[in-house]
Design a protein around this ligand. Structure first.
Ligand code: ADP
Ligand code: MG
Length: 700
């Protein structure tokens, strides 16, 4: 009964009618009563807070003002045509400007009437204005009715032009929700709902549309975000339970001598609590007899490699093999050198396999891999070539996973009868990875803490006119015994790499730092791999003080003694690339610096990138701004990645809610795998209706 009421077509609602219904469908995707009550306000007007215009200054952000329009004019021609009005209150005046689609507004606003205006304050050459404010006739009657906290719905220009405004929508919603047949049934089991202290489903929707205050809105939002994820998590957790019953993997129950030996004798620092926690999380997967699929996420320098090493030791302790795959040869080689060094006293054979491993060496390696004589194999894509066969590969780790294509990940290990556990590591998950975690194909472990002796990297923006000052600073650091990276952008012209900038840069650097007093390494992607490895080693061993490079060093490279990262033409790099590059320094206890050099005037986008880098060291904040700056073009990429769309849940900031919902779903399914109990009847019914493809019909 209640369902049929809420699924009533919107045109049946009093005050809507066929024409307005068509607009609601077209503009807001509102087809039924239910769609309408699930259309949430995007903000609320708190009528009690109105600012005097005189108090505004350049730091003011979103403000609510009330006053009279003292002048209304259309100015300019063509593209710069705009509507300008002056809003005046008892304290002062401010300019309001609308650039396009202002025709209807021009018709309805009246001089001398009182308006409530909401918008963001701009300052230009010392004068303040608001572009495209929301504007609404002020009616004293609102205050009499006590409507202090008013919802604002996501309206389009077309709707506004027909006077279909927030107030109108609000009245329609009230009409539905006060109807005797209105019933919005609860479906989250009481055992989940109660400890969370969330409002009931009906209370939540009431608070969204007719809140008494901000607190009620927040309370409701929490619950709605939770239920958006909970419905999805019920399904992904169920699928996981099914996978666990059908897929076979290696169980690694032993914590043996290698782990203990390494931990107590060879580790020269204390693990952070975050590292200890994620090792535990991974270990609890490795003991189970089905394949792990886990993402290890941690900002640059958070120490993911050591976690990888521990996991590989767990395999070897259980008599099996492990591999570590990196996106570049430089990184693979570096991992190989440092890991074989750390394990040198232990009875483990570690080998390196890359595209430039010689043919004869390769044949021998593959033999020893097949016989099980090699326990740990480190390498590049070469690890997944067809003729590479492990005896018993229990764990495959993929480092800097964001640099690998999707195709390379799918079905990588299919050739093995028992699937290895898979751990992928990254500082910056790509949308596709994020989607996999949301859909439960990947579990997530997060290292949210840096080793404790780290000082935040100081990031500075410098220009060509500061060149000699910057070089003098590098010199000072080098004289202290530190090392320096200098990175140049590489331009790709018609498929060819242009090394001009790098080579010119090399000459400039040599002028400031003459050989033989200073030793300089150079590194770029076109060099032979032996030469690359040699140059990298000379820098790592401290023989050279300066490493001039392209972005081949972007990911993973670890030389803790290096304390300065100088990035030339920094405006030509993307944000996440800058953050990765900066992550090459600050890996030891010394104060480190990142200097961003630019030549020309910066466009606003580049300026925002540089400013963001100078203001924040946090990969997460940086990823946020990056997503914002890339804008709609890239959002398409996000959509194609299979990320679900939510009304309120934000995948990048609501990880606590996401985690909570997953745990709640696992809990419900743990107690009642087929959702047969009376407590779960509403839930099962809801899921069947919401996820229409009969998944729940088949599994329950
Ligand atoms: P990333 O997470 O970027 O891959 P790495 O694993 O390369 O970071 O670690 C960065 C540096 O920090 C390395 O030199 C590593 O030896 C060091 N390191 C890792 N964990 C710790 C720790 N708990 N305490 C001190 N140094 C650590
Ligand atoms: Mg790394």
């Amino acid at each position: 009964m209640s369902r049929s009421f809420l699924s009533t077509p919107i045109e049946y609602l009093k005050g809507v009618g066929p024409q307005k219904a068509d607009l609601l469908k077209l503009e807001l995707k509102v087809f039924t009563y239910q769609d309408l009550i699930e259309l949430f306000p995007f903000r609320y007007i708190d009528k009690s807070v109105v600012q005097p215009i005189k108090q505004l200054n350049f730091t003011s952000q979103n403000v609510q003002l009330r006053g009279q329009l003292t002048s209304i004019q259309v100015l300019g021609e063509g593209r710069s045509k705009r509507l300008k009005a002056i809003l005046t209150d008892a304290s002062g005046s401010i300019e309001l400007v609308w650039f396009n689609h202002f025709q209807w507004l021009h018709k309805v606003i009246k001089p001398d009437a009182f308006y409530t205006v909401y918008g963001r304050v701009n300052s230009f050459n010392g004068s303040l204005s608001i572009n495209h404010p929301e504007i609404k006739l002020y009616e004293a009657i609102d205050e009499v009715k006590g409507l202090k906290f008013e919802p604002v719905y996501p309206l389009t220009e077309k709707l506004k032009a027909r006077f279909m405004d927030s107030k109108w929508l609000s009245q329609l919603i009230a009409q539905i929700m006060t109807h005797p047949e209105f019933h919005y049934p609860e479906y989250i089991p009481i055992s989940v709902l109660k400890p969370l202290k969330y409002p009931s489903r009906q209370q939540a929707i009431q608070c969204m549309h007719f809140p008494k205050n901000e607190g009620e809105v927040e309370w409701a939002k929490k619950r709605i975000k939770f239920e958006e994820m909970f419905a999805l998590a019920m399904r992904t957790e169920k699928m996981k339970a099914i996978r666990m019953m059908t897929q076979k993997g290696y169980s690694l129950p032993k914590t043996g001598e290698l782990i203990h030996g390494f931990y107590h004798k060879h580790l020269d620092f204390e693990l952070t609590n975050a590292q200890k926690r994620v090792i535990k999380e991974i270990r609890s997967d490795l003991v189970k007899p089905f394949p792990m699929n886990r993402l290890l996420q941690g900002d640059v320098g958070s120490g993911k490699t050591i976690v990888a090493l521990f996991c590989m030791l767990m395999c070897v302790d259980n008599g099996m093999q492990a591999c570590l795959m990196a996106p570049t040869e430089i990184l693979a080689t570096q991992h190989y050198i440092s890991i074989s060094d750390q394990l040198s006293d232990l009875p483990i054979r570690v080998e390196l396999l890359t595209g430039s491993t010689s043919k004869s060496k390769r044949i021998a390696l593959l033999n020893d891999l097949k016989s099980g004589a090699i326990q740990v194999l480190i390498g590049t894509h070469a690890l997944i070539e067809e003729d590479v066969h492990f005896k018993q590969l229990a764990l495959a780790i993929i480092d800097e996973q964001h640099r690998f294509g999707v195709a390379q990940r799918a079905g990588l290990w299919k050739k093995y009868p028992v699937q290895p556990h898979v751990l992928v590591m990254t500082a910056t998950p790509i949308p596709r990875t994020l989607a996999m975690t949301i859909h439960g194909e990947l579990d997530v472990s997060v290292i949210d803490e840096l080793p404790k002796d780290r000082k935040p990297i100081q990031t500075l923006h410098k220009q060509e006119k500061n060149r000699s000052q910057v070089m003098a600073f590098l010199d000072k650091e080098i004289k202290k015994g530190r090392q320096v990276y200098i990175v140049y952008p590489l331009i790709e012209e018609s498929g060819k790499l242009n090394l001009n900038d790098l080579m010119t840069g090399y000459d400039i650097v040599c002028n400031f730092f003459p050989v033989p007093k200073y030793q300089i390494s150079i590194l770029h992607g076109k060099m032979k791999s032996e030469t690359k490895a040699l140059e990298m080693k000379r820098f790592k061993d401290g023989i050279t003080q300066i490493l001039i490079s392209t972005t081949v060093i972007e990911v993973g490279v670890n030389v803790p003694n290096a304390s300065v990262m100088l990035i030339e033409d920094a405006n030509r790099f993307g944000l996440s690339q800058l953050h990765q590059l900066r992550g090459r320094v600050g890996r030891g206890a010394e104060q480190s610096y990142c200097i961003l050099m630019t030549k020309d005037d910066l466009n606003p986008n580049a300026k925002r990138r540089i400013d963001t880098m100078c203001a924040s060291n946090n990969g997460f904040d940086i990823a946020q701004v990056d997503l914002e700056l890339r804008g709609p073009g890239d959002m398409l990429g996000t959509r194609q990645s299979g990320l679900p769309e939510f009304k309120l849940l934000d995948l990048t900031t609501d990880d606590e809610v996401i985690d909570l919902a997953k745990r709640a779903a696992a809990y419900v399914l743990g107690l009642d795998p087929l959702l047969q109990s009376a407590d779960n009847a509403g839930l099962l019914n809801y899921l069947k209706v919401k996820q229409k493809d009969d998944f729940w019909g088949q599994v329950s």
